[in-house]
Design a protein around this ligand. Structure first.
Ligand code: COA
Length: 176
C-alpha cells in the first residue's frame, strides 16, 4: 500500500559526524565505488545489488525517480556520510499503512561493526516520530539476516509475530 503525504525531511543530522541526506548527482562516483567494493556483502540481502554495478547514466535516472518519489511524499532514499565520507544508504517508505513508515538501511563492507547502522536508524526513528502524521515504524528483513535483526532489537523494536514468516521478519515500534 502506498500513501501520499508531505515530503519527508531532505537532510537529517545524526550524532558523531553522521549526515543522512538525499542523494546528489555528485555522489555517483563515491556511490559506485562503495557499492561495487561491497557487492558480496550486499547481494545476499539487498535485491537491488543484483543489478549493480549500474552505469552513471542509469544511476542519474534512478536519482531522478527517487526525486519524484520524494516530491510525491511517498518516501525518501538517502545517502549516509560520516565526516563527509559516504558509508552507506538508508530509506523511509510510506508503504506499511496509514501512519506508518518502513525503514531500510545498508552499510559499505568496511563500515560494519561500529554501531553506525544503529545510530542511523535511531536518527531516522527520532526524525520520523517528530512528524505529526507518523505513529509507527517498521523494519522488515530476510529471516536469516541476523545483523539487521540486531539493529531492530537494539532500538527497541518489537517482533511482529503475525507479520513474520519463515522468509521475512518484521519489527514494529509505536510512537509513545
Ligand atoms: C544490516 C547492517 C547495516 C548492520 O550493520 P552492523 O554493522 O551489524 O550494525 P551497526 O552498524 O549498528 O553495528 C553493530 C555492531 O557494532 C558494534 N558496536 C560498536 N559500537 C556500537 C555502538 N555504539 N552502538 C551499537 N553497536 C556498536 C556492535 O556490538 C555490533 O557488533 P557485532 O556485529 O559484532 O555484534 C549491515 O550488516 C549491512 O549493511 N548488511 C547488508 C545490507 C542489509 O542486510 N541491510 C538490511 C536489510 S533490511
Amino acid at each position: 500500500m502506498t500513501i501520499s503525504s508531505p515530503p519527508l525531511p531532505e537532510r537529517i543530522e545524526g550524532p558523531d559526524g553522521l549526515v543522512i541526506r538525499r542523494w546528489l548527482n555528485a555522489d555517483i562516483p563515491a556511490m559506485a565505488e562503495l557499492i561495487t567494493s561491497s557487492l558480496e556483502h550486499l547481494r545476499p540481502w539487498m535485491a537491488w545489488a543484483d543489478r549493480e554495478p549500474l552505469s552513471d547514466d542509469r544511476r542519474r535516472r534512478m536519482f531522478r525517480r527517487w526525486d519524484a518519489y520524494w516530491a510525491a511524499g511517498r518516501g525518501a532514499v538517502y545517502g549516509v556520510l560520516l565526516d563527509g565520507q559516504l558509508i552507506g544508504g538508508c530509506a523511509l517508505h510510506r508503504r506499511v499503512g496509514p501512519g506508518g513508515l518502513d525503514i531500510g538501511y545498508w552499510l559499505g563492507r568496511d563500515h560494519v561493526g561500529r554501531g553506525h547502522a544503529t545510530r542511523i536508524c535511531r536518527a531516522l526513528t527520532a526524525t520520523a516520530f517528530a512528524l505529526d502524521d507518523v505513529t509507527f515504524l517498521e523494519i522488515s528483513h530476510e529471516a536469516t539476516n541476523e545483523s539487521s535483526a540486531a539493529v531492530a532489537r537494539r532500538l527497541g523494536f518489537d517482533l511482529v509475530a503475525e507479520r513474520s514468516t519463515a522468509e521475512v521478519t518484521t519489527w514494529r515500534l509505536d510512537k509513545r
